[in-house]
Design a protein around this ligand. Structure first.
Ligand code: B12
Ligand code: SF4
Length: 450
């Protein structure tokens, strides 16, 4: 799938005078690593694949290959270099950025994406890497930086964006868009630089809404998209038409955090897909909610819904309440029954070892899976609870002294010793065995599964 975030940025930059060139380092690295099946790496449960590159020969070889890739693909010195990085990949981007700065000392270097969006990861990236780190949505900020090309700016308002200096970051300014554009003013994501037709893309990412209406304690996605807003239906159907007509793609993965966060808007969009006879198939993340009706789900099915991926996280009412999930277990069961009855697959996410989760509460999750086996098609994600930067639970852990602000978020133990790294590893193993016994597939669906 071509990357959606970058495609939005490209769409925005193409509204300016800028000439835009795109290098897909992700794709290059997977090809250079000669992974037989790169897709399976994405499906891995462990973080190992993303651990910092060490000084091994493989890492040095890879960096040499990346330099060769830059030398063979950049034909005009860029004025501005934008890099998109997630938290997991920041250790991998420092060295390629150092190379780019050496090759193009006059260029303004900007990092955006989740890695630049949290104070903790900005500190980990450190000084001397980028001139700018951009928090959150980057369409308008990147337009301003590409048009004005400043290496620094005085803290405060700069051409409609907010810029500030951060303690410890010497030569990097932080910027964010304080007046996020209405969705109707956002560009249509531009996939043309990724040439989806020339490659073997079968599925396109698509986005109906930004943000979420819930505030789960372990979630940092809401920090990336603080304000919930849905795209107008005609914006969406136009995008779908482009994907069908230009790239012959009819299968879509919604990148929304919760596609049904605004059911009324989603009902209208689903109806527009049907009215315009778009004939597509799609999957999306969703939330459990009391007001999910059979009629609503029938409309989603008719518009091409294949699966809904929902964060159940736990089978215990106390634990989901502590997580501030915004539903109870009875609602989850009722929703699963209706979704299956509508002919839509149900995929669930689980979080094991939330702070304070007892053995008994963990067993409630296993019992939930057994009792509702027929209503569950897949467990998409199953993870030991990770204290991510920017989350309410991480802030609590730091305040109460059972985790460090810049820790890896994986080695913590709660104050009562109910959740420790060992207990979580054991729960993970037990849950995986349980899923195997129940013959519930675990792991995200891959393009080949479609
Ligand atoms: C869809 C999705 C995927 C899809 C991507 C499909 C595609 N081809 O686009 C798939 C399934 C492939 C995927 C894979 C992975 N994902 Co993912 N994914 C998402 C999800 C749900 C939405 C991303 C998205 O499309 N957003 C829509 C666009 C518009 O937003 P955006 O990408 O954030 O881009 C905006 C800003 O970040 C910013 N921006 C981005 N780049 C740049 C660059 C510059 C220069 C500037 C100025 C701004 C800027 O502007 C953009 C436009 O507003 C997010 C959750 C989330 N809240 O974002 C997780 C998320 C990004 N994924 C995550 C992870 C961990 C992964 C994997 C590592 C999983 C794994 N174990 O393999 C892989 C890594 C893939 C990779 N190599 O980068 C994490 C990253 C953790 C973090 N906090 O950084 C997230 C945040 C989910 C989470 N909370 O755990 N993912
Ligand atoms: S429902 Fe999902 S996206 Fe929304 S706050 Fe909770 S975990 Fe985050």
């Amino acid at each position: 799938m071509p990357p959606l975030g970058l495609s939005f940025i490209i769409g925005a930059l193409k509204e300016t005078e800028a000439n835009v060139d795109v290098l897909d380092l992700n794709e290059f690295v997977y090809t250079a690593l000669d992974l037989e099946d790169a897709g399976r790496v994405f499906a891995r449960f462990s973080h190992e694949a993303w651990d910092p590159p060490d000084k091994s020969l493989e890492a040095a070889d890879l960096m040499r290959a990346i330099r060769g890739f830059f030398e063979g693909s950049i034909f005009r010195p860029p004025d501005v270099i934008g890099i998109s990085a997630i938290v997991n990949s920041f250790p991998w981007v420092r060295e390629p950025i150092r190379m780019l700065r050496e090759m193009f000392p006059d260029a303004v270097v900007v990092i955006g994406g989740p890695a630049a969006s949290f104070r903790e990861t900005r500190a980990a990236i450190g000084s001397g890497v980028a001139h700018w780190m951009v928090e959150g949505e980057g369409e308008r900020v990147m337009k301003v930086l590409a048009e004005r090309r400043p290496k620094r700016a005085a803290p405060g308002e700069y051409d409609g964006i907010v810029v500030f200096e951060e303690n410890g970051l010497h030569d990097a300014m932080v910027a964010y868009d304080s007046r996020l554009p209405e969705t109707k003013d956002l560009p249509i994501p531009d996939f043309s630089e990724f040439d989806p037709r020339g490659r073997k893309y079968k599925v396109a990412p698509i986005l109906f809404s930004r943000g979420c209406v819930r505030r789960c304690t372990f979630c940092n996605d809401i920090k990336l998209w603080p304000k919930f807003r849905a795209h107008p239906s005609d914006h969406m159907t136009r995008q779908i038409r482009i994907a069908i007509e230009r790239y012959a793609i009819r299968t879509f993965d919604f990148a929304d955090l919760a596609l049904n966060a605004n059911p009324k808007a989603l009902f209208e969009f689903a109806s527009a897909i049907v009215d315009e006879r778009l004939d597509i198939e799609w999957g999306a993340n969703a939330i459990f909610r009391r007001d999910m009706s059979a009629e609503f789900l029938a409309a989603l099915k008719k518009s091409g819904a294949r699966c809904l991926i929902i964060g159940l996280e736990s089978g215990s009412d106390r634990v989901v309440e502590a997580m501030a999930k915004g539903f109870d277990i009875d609602t989850a069961k009722m929703n699963l029954r209706l979704i299956k009855a509508a002919g839509i697959e149900t995929h669930l996410n689980l979080v094991l070892g939330y702070p304070g989760e007892t053995d008994e509460e963990f067993r409630e999750t296993l019992v939930f899976l057994s009792e509702n086996r027929e209503l569950i098609d897949r467990i998409s994600n199953i993870n030991e609870c990770y204290l991510a930067p920017g989350t309410a639970i991480k802030a609590k852990a730091v305040e109460e002294g059972w985790d460090e602000p810049f820790s890896n978020g994986r080695d913590w133990s709660d104050p009562e010793g109910k959740s420790t790294p060992e207990i979580r590893a054991q729960r993970y193993e037990d849950a995986m065995k349980h899923l195997e016994t129940l013959a519930i597939p675990a792991g995200a669906m891959l393009p080949d599964d479609r």
